[in-house]
Design a protein around this ligand. Structure first.
Ligand code: NAD
Length: 446
């Protein structure tokens, strides 16, 4: 299948809107951690989670906030605020991404760290949950400044991270270059006494030449695609010839769109922090991905017509992949969406009101904790390769990932069927059952 050619007339530059403006979608006040807690409470009732475990899992184990100074290119200094929230490590080392974004704060990191605990338990990788990052906009800084900010942050975290303790990875605003800087900083400071290759496993999502694994860059998008293919097979839904809209065209959104284009699914609407574009003929997802890599956003892409965010959510399509931030689909967006499936590439993209309306309208949701678990799954493969000094091939990584997503899907659908609950609550319930077993076997010290 060849990717569709871009054929819409050239657009003028899309008016840029600030990320904070765009981050305010879904107007209602949004407390991300409370939302995640409400799903935990629903699943806890289903699996009869013991009270002591409800209390343990309702808060992160550790909340670390650091302030650190960084020299700017003009010789001045600025102090940054960084976070690392470690939710749970009963099933393995803390694991979760680093987000560099101006709207990121403690509440988001607490929510995202808890989601990592459920995600790893559901998909069966032996890690716990963590998340962290810095509240700032990397786009406002030079590459050199971003490097110094990343290194000083990793230095400030010190021995609170480590290959056997807490393993960061990329998230919004960070990528493999940040992971190379993070690993190098760790190995030159905290890993000094033991500079073995295994210490490269302090972070995952590294460039391949620096100890990363093939298949990690596309892994989250690949996992979203496995989740969609699995869903389509269960529903007897033919993907070839179907239409897709994607919000967020960074790592997750762009790889999902490119991989779905190989299955004949056409990207007709796309948006990022600069605005939204539409073309009924379909974008060439490969070409758009290359453009974004070079230019940092979809702004100025010479195909497709600019549309508003409200128009984007009403674009007729079959699949919507939110792949930007949380709280993007509130009641208004849920009423507007004209799709059959929402596959959550992003973490927490649907407000509970949005989710309720989507489900009432018969629009199915593949929940984040399952749909975007491909990233942490392949991160685990990278960590195993680092420990064993092995190099796996792409077919090995791809095959293992597909197996993990298929098995995650089977347990999720089975739990939902047995309890008559939503797929989201089913994911949490599967995770909780695995956590209960571990807690009951180990008990609480002393
Ligand atoms: P990224 O930084 O590579 O891309 C983020 C995209 O979202 C960019 O295109 C950006 O322009 C867009 N965006 C930012 N603010 C926006 C706004 N207000 N409105 C519309 N678009 C906006 O980040 P990513 O790694 O692709 O992560 C995207 C989502 O996927 C996040 O929710 C993240 O937690 C989740 N996720 C990422 C991974 C991973 O491996 N990177 C794994 C699991 C889940």
């Amino acid at each position: 299948m060849t990717a569709p050619r871009d054929s819409a007339p050239p657009s003028s530059l899309i008016p840029a809107r600030s990320e904070s403006e765009q981050g305010e979608r879904g107007a209602q006040e949004y407390r991300f951690f409370e939302v995640i807690q409400s799903y935990l409470d629903q699943a806890a009732q289903l699996v009869r989670l013991p009270d002591y475990m409800v209390s343990i899992l309702s808060q992160p184990k550790n909340e670390l906030i650091v302030h650190f100074p960084v020299r700017m290119d003009d010789g001045s200094y600025r102090t940054f605020k960084g976070y690392r929230i470690q939710h749970n490590n009963i099933l393995g080392p803390y694991k979760g991404g680093l987000r560099f974004h101006p709207s990121a704060g403690l509440d988001d990191f607490k929510a995202l760290s808890a989601m990592m605990t459920w995600k790893c338990a559901l998909i069966g990788v032996p890690f716990g949950g963590a998340k962290g990052g810095i509240k700032y906009n990397p786009r406002d800084y030079s590459a050199e400044e971003n490097q110094r900010i990343t290194r000083r942050f990793i230095h400030a975290l010190g021995s609170n991270i480590g290959p056997d303790y807490d393993i960061p990875a990329p998230d919004v605003g960070t990528g493999e270059q940040h992971m190379a800087w993070a690993m190098d900083t760790y190995m030159n400071t905290f890993g000094m006494v033991n500079r073995q290759a295994a210490n490269r496993g302090v972070v995952t999502g590294k460039p391949v030449a620096s100890g990363g694994t093939v298949g990690r860059t596309k892994a989250t998008g690949q996992g979203v695609v496995h989740a969609i293919v699995d869903w389509a097979q269960r529903k007897g839904f033919e993907l070839q010839g179907k239409k897709l809209i994607v919000q967020g065209f960074g790592n997750v959104g762009s790889h999902t769109a490119v991989l779905l284009s190989h299955l004949g699914v056409s990207l007709v609407g796309v948006g990022d922090h600069t605005g939204y574009l539409y073309t009924p003929e379909g974008f060439n997802a490969h070409r758009l991905q290359s453009y974004v890599r070079q230019n940092g956003s979809i702004a100025g892409y010479p195909n497709g017509q600019p549309i508003s965010a409200d128009e984007f959510f009403g674009v007729p399509a079959d699949i919507f992949v939110p792949a930007a931030l949380e709280n993007q689909v509130g009641a208004k967006e849920a009423h507007a969406l004209q799709v059959r499936l929402v596959a959550e590439g992003a973490n927490g993209p649907c407000h509970p009101d949005g989710e309720r309306i989507l489900l009432e309208r018969g629009i199915e949701i593949l929940p984040d904790v399952f749909a975007n678990a491909g990233g942490v799954t392949v991160s685990y493969y990278e960590w195993v390769q680092n420990r064993r000094s092995e190099t796996w091939t792409l077919p090995e990584v791809d095959e293992k990932l597909e197996g993990a997503m298929r098995s995650g899907a089977a347990t999720m659908y089975d739990m939902a069927r047995r309890h008559g609950c939503s797929l989201r609550v089913a994911c949490y319930a599967v995770a909780l059952e695995r956590l209960i077993t571990a807690y009951e076997q180990r008990g609480i010290f002393p």
